[in-house]
Design a protein around this ligand. Structure first.
Ligand code: B12
Length: 219
């Protein structure tokens, strides 16, 4: 989808090394040089940040890096996502609104934030509620924003029943609100029960999301 990636293997390896050593200035330079080269937001997210976070997860799982190193690397990546902001608000606004949420007790928030940013880059007003969203607060936001779409980002398979619970509560007030659910848990195949819910579409990659948004918000 879109232009070919401008994030080379060399740039990825350079970033991974810098983020694992906790070198924020070096990470920032790498990301800024990609932004200066007009990298697409989705390209930066998929081919630099997503890949780096998954590589960090593997090293952590194999006990090759400490949890402190993982936290440091994650916080660097999370803070550098803000460098793309000037790119997010360039285009025309579509007038559409989306609320992006996670389940209660889901502390993984980078994927959801990326999804919210991709909506913004496509001209939607996106409201990202962050990690561990209590269902009552989600309902408050839905009442306040009256969005066209609700998105759940689910990283942990154990989050799926909690998303289902939240969805059933949402349905009492918003029976027809279209819902997208995605994230690592869904990509790993844990979304069957969610897929069976009326009005719910499963989607796992930013490429699929961009294709959907291009169709939903034509230029
Ligand atoms: C950083 C991290 C954390 C941080 C999160 C901090 C933060 N600010 O987000 C903290 C320390 C909180 C954490 C905690 C835990 N974690 Co953790 N964590 C990770 C790690 C290393 C990276 C996550 C990340 O940033 N990914 C990058 C984002 C971009 O990827 P993503 O979420 O998949 O999103 C992408 C796509 O899925 C997609 N997407 C996401 N949502 C949506 C929605 C739609 C609609 C669409 C279209 C697309 C889409 O777009 C994104 C871009 O491509 C992963 C490793 C991994 N492979 O993910 C482990 C990982 C997810 N964690 C894991 C575990 C086990 C835990 C803990 C249980 C550990 C513990 N014992 O405490 C706790 C659970 C806490 C909780 N209740 O949520 C496991 C999960 C195993 C599993 N069964 O799947 C993983 C895979 C690590 C591992 N290899 O074992 N974690």
């Amino acid at each position: 989808m879109g232009k070919p990636s401008i994030v080379s293997e060399e740039t990825f390896a350079d970033y991974l090394d810098a983020v694992l050593t906790g070198d924020l200035p070096r990470c920032r330079r790498i990301v800024q040089s990609l932004i200066d080269a007009d990298v697409e937001v989705a390209d930066l997210y998929k081919n630099l940040f997503h890949r780096a976070q998954y590589a960090i997860g593997e090293l952590w799982e194999k006990n090759r890096i400490s949890v402190a190193k993982e936290h440091l690397a994650t916080s660097i990546t999370e803070s550098l996502m803000t460098l793309v902001y000037p790119k997010l608000f360039r285009g025309e606004r579509s007038g559409r609104k989306v609320v992006v949420s996670s389940a209660p007790n889901e502390y993984h928030q980078i994927g959801g934030k990326m999804v919210a940013d991709i909506f913004e880059a496509h001209g939607w007003d996106s409201h990202f509620l962050g990690a561990n969203t209590p269902v009552e607060r989600l309902l408050d936001e839905l009442r306040r924003r009256q969005p066209d779409l609700l998105v759940f980002s689910v990283a942990l398979p154990t989050g799926v029943p909690r998303v289902l619970g939240a969805l059933h509560t949402v349905r009492t007030e918003f029976p027809a609100l279209p819902v997208l659910a995605g994230g690592k848990a869904i990509a790993d195949g844990a979304g069957e029960e969610l897929a069976a819910e009326p009005g719910v579409t499963l989607m796992t990659t930013l490429d699929e999301l961009e294709a959907f948004l291009t169709e939903a918000t034509p230029a």
